[in-house]
Design a protein around this ligand. Structure first.
Ligand code: 13P
Length: 334
């Protein structure tokens, strides 16, 4: 796979006015979301729900790609069309979550390391054959007393870089996601400092492992006060802090940055993205790769009637995609 092809895919992921929908919840994570609204977590419900999301009429006007879970990339629409094929026909790039989740980091109580490197090369080869054109790996950085440790940042950056190099070897664009969690009562300055040191560590590791940045997408968390903090940051403060942090740590050659929503409300996640784009021009396109902030309204509606509410739920997915697509251009109006 040439770097030109990887760069082309990466640029398509952040095409003007478009972003990513993350629907790659593991079986246990989607179980928690289903539980919250009383939907039984079985394979057919998971398939039907992902079909609802992916077949939303008009989705590809605002959505460039969707991140799937292993089970989902092997599933099909009710009519028997494999999801990845259906997406490609709509002009939506199939993506795949390839990490195997977070585990306790030995020797560092309270901190996490993401696993999944063993056997990754052959899994990527298979995912490419199944139609995937980009992949996601999520590392988690926790803020707390004496946390994060330098070791936690280093081991996660090292794993992200190993995954990214393997992705590029196998023709997939790596979406590297070092999520600094919102959990905790820390202030926005602490989040800024942790995010900056995390991103600098990540780009050091990518550089030393020969990852081609032209064919890489960063999935970033925004710079925010912790969710248990008394501090309330307004929209412009978050936008300015996040932009400054990214400019101080992310090379300009990167084709794009997409954000996770991380527990922010739908409206806040859109408003923050919009404000960052209004503050531009920025060195990279800034767009979204939201999970909860794209889906939560739709899931609630669907849960009220799994047969008759499909259309209504899809309307909310489209509305969220449209709003976030506008925010990716700094053109959203509340
Ligand atoms: P949220 O937008 O719900 O944080 O999910 C995005 C994601 O894919 C996290 O890995």
């Amino acid at each position: 796979m040439s770097i030109e092809q990887l760069a082309e895919t990466a640029q398509a992921m952040v095409a003007p006015g478009k972003g990513i929908i993350a629907i790659d919840e593991s079986t246990s994570t989607i179980g928690k979301r289903f539980d919250g609204v009383g939907i039984p977590n079985n394979e057919e419900n998971r398939r039907a729900y992902r079909e609802l999301l992916l077949t939303t009429p008009g989705l590809s006007d605002h959505i460039s790609g969707a991140i799937l879970f292993d089970e989902t990339i092997r599933q099909s629409t009710k009519a028997g069309v494999p999801f990845a094929k259906y997406m490609a026909e709509q002009g939506i790039l199939p993506g795949i979550k390839v990490d195997k989740g977070t585990h306790a980091l030995a020797g560092f109580p309270g901190e996490l390391v993401t696993e999944g490197l063993d056997g990754l090369r052959s899994r990527l080869e298979e995912y490419y054959k199944l139609g995937a054109r980009f992949a996601k790996w999520r590392a988690v950085i926790t803020i707390g007393e004496d946390m994060p440790s330098g070791t936690c940042i280093d081991v996660n950056a090292h794993a992200l870089a190993r995954y990214a190099a393997l992705c590029q070897e196998q023709g997939l664009v790596p979406m590297v996601e070092p999520e600094v969690l919102m959990d905790g009562d820390h202030d926005i300055e602490t989040c800024y400092e942790v995010t900056e040191v995390t991103l600098r560590g990540l780009f050091d590791a990518l550089y030393s492992q020969n990852v081609m940045l032209e064919g890489t997408i960063l999935k970033a968390s925004m710079v925010l006060p912790g969710k248990d903090s008394d501090e309330r940051a307004d929209i412009d403060e978050v936008a300015e802090a996040t932009l400054m942090c990214l400019k101080s740590s992310v090379p300009a050659i990167l084709p794009g940055i997409v954000f996770l929503s991380g527990g922010q409300s739908d409206e806040r996640s859109t408003a923050h993205l919009d404000a960052m784009n209004r503050l531009g021009p920025n060195p990279w396109p800034l767009s979204f790769s939201y999970g909860r902030a794209m889906q939560q309204a739709a899931l609630k509606l669907w849960s009220q009637d799994l047969v008759n509410n499909v259309g209504k739920a899809q309307e909310t997915v489209l509305a969220r995609a449209r709003d976030n697509g506008l925010a990716a251009q700094g053109k959203w109006k509340k």
